[in-house]
Design a binder for this molecule. Structure first.
Ligand code: ZN
Ligand code: ZN
Ligand code: ZN
Length: 445
């Protein structure tokens, strides 16, 4: 592992961040509240600096509220997240008549809500069925969403097919951590206009589901992985002590639930967006031939370790095990980068305001791709290097591991560019209307 980030500042001088603007959450929210991005917005966000999936919000009382809040801590207004418009809505009752329990903050699913101050004809919302479970989901479902069930499950919760046995005491807390990470992931995927439909009731052929499993005593361990739209997660990864032990044993610099989930969706989207598509040929140029024996490659990786020069070609040691793992690791890094920059931009803090000296890549370095798109991507990359340079220094000030403990070599940057191009291409693909009446992206094979 290489714990030293190449994007750390070359000099300690000139390190300054617009921290004052970090405090101006309301101003950032006004920018973020431009809300639902138009098609292609994800790809152009790098150029405009507008978050694809805003993370800073303002309550009706004017105080800042956050992505995971189900209620304003100051004025107690119920809050619900609408993943389609990327907004955290302050809610007020919209009938039928509420009981005393509703008024105390409980949200039985039969209750309807409307955004505070909205017209009587505006969308009525229901809260996700999982609000009052251990998953503590704060997302909302529009009235008339026919695939959500009754009581309704939101766009993130309806992706979970198997929940760990909640009669086991530790499982409730683990499930909460997993669903919290999953909502973060799903909101980004929706922001990037990727297809995110449940295999159970929205797209049985090509949809996605999550099985959150724990091995029975004496049974073989659960393997975290992906197969044909089914992502399996070993729920013990939500146990911090266990996960840290695994991380240290495998010599990994970074191991998180969110990282696992992002990685596994990389395998899913490879099948959906790359396999059998026009991307396969350029993909093999960057990542190699995926037809080499996968099981043998993983066995070799775990027995012999990564190739010694992996740092010059891959985003992580594990990425060097097989082209599929290289893609999934690179995909996860792209999602780390987009969401973290979104968050920074939502709070008025981004690479634009950071004065760091580092080596910039040029369009020529990328080798492929059309000029405007390459410039757009490079802006994203440069913002990322500037931001992580500062964040790593902040981590060192607190004596904790680096925020972004990775080195991005030029080949890794080229692979990230391919991820960027594949995602951007979904925007121009045909739009279809889902059974729920939502617009989603249908990707041509
Ligand atoms: Zn409030
Ligand atoms: Zn939910
Ligand atoms: Zn993998």
């Amino acid at each position: 592992m290489n714990p030293v980030s190449s994007n750390a500042p070359r000099t300690g001088r000139g390190l300054s961040v617009g921290l004052a603007s970090l405090m101006d959450a309301r101003q950032a929210e006004e920018r973020g509240a431009a809300a639902a991005p138009s098609p292609g917005a994800a790809a152009t966000a790098a150029a405009t600096g507008t978050p694809v999936t805003p993370r800073a919000f303002t309550c009706r009382c004017g105080r800042p509220v956050f992505f995971g809040n189900s209620q304003c801590l100051a004025c107690h207004t119920p809050l619900g997240y609408d993943p389609d418009s990327h907004r955290l809505l302050p809610l007020e009752p919209a009938g039928p008549a509420l009981t005393e329990a509703h008024r105390r903050g409980a949200s039985p699913p039969e209750a309807f809500w409307r955004e505070v101050g909205a017209e009587a004809t505006a969308t009525r919302w229901r809260r996700c069925r999982n609000l009052d479970t251990a998953a503590a989901c704060n997302w909302v479902v529009a009235e008339g969403d026919t695939v959500s069930g009754d009581p309704p499950l939101c766009r993130s919760c309806r992706l979970t097919r198997t929940v760990p046995d909640l009669s086991v005491p530790e499982h409730a807390g683990w499930w909460n951590r997993i669903e919290t990470a999953k909502r973060r992931l799903v909101s980004s995927l929706i922001g990037l206009q990727l297809p995110v439909l449940s295999r159970m009731n929205e797209d049985p052929q090509r949809g996605l589901v999550f099985d959150l499993l724990r091995a029975a005593p004496g049974a073989p361990p659960v393997t975290t992985g992906h197969a044909d739209g089914v992502i399996t997660l070993d729920v013990e990864e939500a146990d911090d002590a266990w996960r840290e032990q695994r991380r240290a044993a495998l010599g990994e610099p970074y191991r998180t639930l969110l990282g696992h989930l992002r990685h596994e969706t990389g395998h899913y989207y490879w099948q959906r967006l790359v396999q059998g598509s026009r991307w396969l040929r350029p993909w093999r140029v960057q990542f190699g031939d995926e037809r080499q024996d996968y099981a043998a490659a993983l066995r070799r990786h775990y027995l012999q370790g990564p190739r010694p020069d992996w740092g010059q070609h891959f985003v992580s040691a594990y990425a060097s095990s097989h082209p599929w793992e290289d893609w999934a690791e690179t995909w996860a890094h792209y999602l780390h980068l987009v969401d973290t920059l979104d968050t920074a931009r939502s709070f008025g803090l981004d690479g634009e305001r950071v004065e760091l000296h580092y080596e910039r890549y040029s369009v020529k370095d990328l080798g492929t791709g059309e000029g405007a798109q390459a410039r757009e991507f490079l802006k994203l990359m440069h913002n990322w290097m500037e931001l992580t340079g500062v964040l790593n220094e902040l981590s060192r000030s607190m004596g904790v591991p680096d925020f972004y403990p990775f080195v991005l070599s030029l080949p890794a940057v080229r692979k990230l560019f391919l991820v960027h191009r594949v995602i951007a291409a979904t925007h121009s693909a045909a739009q279809v209307v889902t059974p729920a009446g939502r617009r989603s992206v249908e990707v041509a094979p």
